[in-house]
Design a protein around this ligand. Sequence first.
Ligand code: G1P
Length: 272
Amino acid sequence: MRVDVALVPAAGRGTRMRPATNAIPKALLTVVDRPSIQWVVEEAARAGVTEVVVVVDPDGGAIIERHFEESRFLPGLSGVKVRTVVQEEARGLGHAVLAGREAIGLRPFFVMLADDLIHPQEDLLGPLTRAADPDTSVVYVRRLPDEMMGAKGVVVPRSGPSDSVMEIGGAVEKPGAARAPSDYAIHGRYLFMPEVFDHLPGIAPGYGGEIQLTDAVDSLARAGRCRAYVADVELLDVGNPLGYLRANTVLGLADPAYREGYRSIVDDLLVE
Ligand code: G1P
């Protein structure tokens, strides 16, 4: 299967990153030397994606579009076209994905959460595509400790993982340790078949009163149309100040252009 389109929900107001996000969309905050969303679009481009649909809120769209218009000749972005779709109201991640329905059409597509950055040497989109059987949706899951079960979607396994692929029978949004059906937590990379757009419109508000993407995963899984790809690849959460600092450090130290200079800054500071 070829996947040539990705949807990036980036309509969040960035409340955990105030005051940095008072005027600037969270997706445009700089990580190392480029806006965080550019890392995500470059990751999509590395996987062969040629079109990225960014779901924006009514205020943030124009400036995000302008960034990619000005940056279209950068090497990591050549060959990928970025367009925006407006989510009029903040009604949850499932609702944001549904806003991209017309732009995606009848194509399989990745969903890439803009808060979650990946180390460029650990790409997941290729493995996600290979895990589809041959045309099921796939969610990326990683085992997490009990205390994280209130912060993620968690899948219901139907089989143990074999070759990193696990059949799933459902998914629950942020169940907490006591209710968690497993310790396999959904992380911010998904591959959906267009049939997800048949499931999403029927999803009622769930956790937090929002339309949850995890509930659409649950609906697909119950119909035998979703599996999980299991790996231990960390995604760097830039949606809170400490995660943001960590992402800058991990990606800064990994970047050949800054590695040495940055390392000596960090070493000096740690010695003091
Ligand atoms: C969202 C999803 C959740 C998923 C998580 C991955 O939650 O709702 O299912 O596990 O992303 O990071 P959020 O982090 O936006 O609260």
